[in-house]
Write a protein that binds this ligand. Structure first.
Ligand SMILES: [Zn+2]
Length: 96
């Protein structure tokens, strides 16, 4: 049955996408859902997604949380973030 085959294929891509996402420091379930919803493109998106382990970080001026440098708003306190003008404010990527 074609429907059953599609579910198997979608599950395979969902698992692969989830694992790739997890390896890059993202949420397994987020990428599981994306790759399962759009099987081939979701997996490709996971493969080409930014590797969170290699992203530089900075300290939030509001709550001092360490956040990825590309983030626009602190996920902890909601402070709007700007790139630190001082290179000293840029932290090296997190060591996994
Ligand atoms: Zn903050």
């Amino acid at each position: 049955m074609a429907g059953g085959a599609y579910v198997v294929i979608a599950l395979f891509f969902a698992l692969a996408g989830g694992l790739v996402g997890r390896l890059k420091g993202h949420s397994f379930w987020l990428w599981f859902l994306i790759a399962g919803a759009v099987p081939i493109f979701g997996l490709l998106a996971a493969v080409f997604a930014r590797d969170e382990r290699t992203v530089e970080r900075m300290r939030c001026p509001g709550c001092a949380a360490i956040v990825p440098i590309h983030q626009a708003i602190c996920t902890r306190c909601g402070t709007e973030l700007e790139l630190p003008g001082d290179p000293q404010g840029i932290l090296p990527p997190e060591r996994a």
